[in-house]
Write a protein that binds this ligand. Structure first.
Ligand SMILES: *Cc1c(COP(=O)(O)O)cnc(C)c1O
Length: 393
């Protein structure tokens, strides 16, 4: 079967699944073995040297984890894939393995909070020069790239105001100076956006979010150019941020319903964004599906759907948020996103808690902003919940 010709939703079911499981099992078993035994020493030696397929030790590779890696590889249309214990494991391993003292990175100010810490603290301490540009200023990003750099790190849509970057345009600029392009595709997932088809060299995920989809396992995935993925894999197998079989199983299981969930979340988020936009107690709504959103045209050209995350600012101060959020019924007030249940929180308390009010203002994050990650509940119930809580303000 040629899986690469099929749609991501179909690939999610069949990729990485073998028909050779013990007892004819129809799903990939959880192999909780640390090591793999060989009676034939020559065979063991060949596997250890990578001359033959097989498993040696689960810090390097594990059968359940390998099945998950194959799933994301096929879905993103990549040559190779590898995995990590968390999304930050994927990001930090990629950046540390592919740069080094004297290297230059160009990125944006709105990357995920943990990524931002790498750019502001850990990478500069390792003598990597990092330039962070205003996220939507494509001219400024291109100018920074054109001064010469080794790696361009992009994220779109961004957290929490859903800013959009033009992946084709920025990848082309990066390649003119010979830089590697890495894209964090966590918010979009391969159902909504395929960065490698836009020119990116590597795409990575916090699998903790939409891919797993049930808030019950953490993981990170990286795929793309085989030589680059292999370089990052060799670093990860030594620093040890390896994904375990149990979470790998949960993530692969979650991915089988990814298309169903994302289609529903795309549709619900669009309805909710439109509802909030016309509500008198809401000052502004950030959702790339809204025609008035600054990145709408780019999003339309590079995304199949606009995603399940939106954010909105109440027409009031932080006290409004403190009254509004606890009065919602169908939501977990929690820091994560991309789950079957709706999750919400103020960036002031979650993703951007370590910033000052002034720093948040500079990033365009109002104090009354709420990030709302739409679950797969029936949208009519979510709309009623929001409407009720707004009317109580
Ligand atoms: C959550 C998240 C990460 C980090 O992933 P963890 O699994 O929490 O380590 C990275 N990027 C984005 C966009 C995220 O939302």
């Amino acid at each position: 079967m040629n899986l690469s010709a099929l749609q991501p939703g179909t690939q999610a079911i069949w990729a990485g699944e073998s028909d050779q499981h013990p007892n004819g099992a129809v799903t990939t078993p959880i192999v909780n073995s640390v090591a793999y035994a060989y009676n034939d020493l020559d065979h063991w030696h060949d596997v250890a040297l990578g001359r033959k397929d097989g498993f040696i030790y689960s810090r390097n590779t594990n059968p359940t984890v390998a099945a998950l890696e194959e799933k994301i590889r096929v879905m993103e249309g990549a040559a190779a894939a590898t995995s990590f214990a968390t999304g930050m494991g994927a990001i930090s391993n990629t950046l540390f393995a592919l740069t080094g003292p004297g290297k230059k990175i160009v990125s944006i100010k709105d990357t995920y909070g943990g990524t931002s810490r790498l750019f502001l603290d850990f990478l500069p301490a390792w003598q990597v020069a990092v330039t962070l540009c205003d996220t939507e200023d494509h001219d400024a990003i291109e100018a920074a790239i054109s001064k010469g750099c080794d790696l361009v790190y992009l994220e779109t849509p961004t957290n929490p105001t859903l800013k959009i970057l033009d992946l084709k345009r920025l990848s082309a600029t990066a390649h003119r100076v010979g830089a590697i392009v890495v894209v964090d595709n966590t918010f979009a997932t391969p159902i909504n956006q395929l960065p490698l088809t836009c020119g990116a060299d590597l795409v990575l995920h916090s699998a903790t979010k939409f891919l797993c989809g049930h808030s019950d396992a953490m993981g990170g995935l990286l795929c793309g150019n085989a030589e680059l993925v292999n370089k990052v894999f060799r670093f990860r197998e030594i620093n040890g941020a390896s994904l375990q079989a149990d979470p790998a199983y949960l993530i692969a299981r979650g991915m089988k319903t990814l298309e169903l969930r994302i289609e529903r979340q795309n549709a619900s988020a669009m309805k909710i964004a439109s509802f909030l936009q016309q509500h008198p107690k809401v000052k502004s709504v950030f959702y790339p599906g809204l025609p008035g959103h600054k990145g709408h045209d780019i999003a339309r050209s590079q995304m199949k759907g606009f995603g399940g995350i939106l954010s909105f600012a109440l027409d009031g101060d932080y006290d409004f948020v403190k009254k509004f959020l606890p009065s919602l019924q169908l939501v977990h007030l929690a820091a994560s996103l991309g789950s079957v249940s709706t999750l919400a929180g103020p960036p002031r308390t979650t993703s951007h808690v370590e910033l000052t009010e002034e720093q948040r203002r500079l990033l365009g994050i109002p104090e009354s902003l709420i990030r709302y990650s739409v679950g797969i509940e029936n949208v009519d119930d979510l709309l009623e919940d929001l409407s009720g809580a707004l009317s109580r303000l």
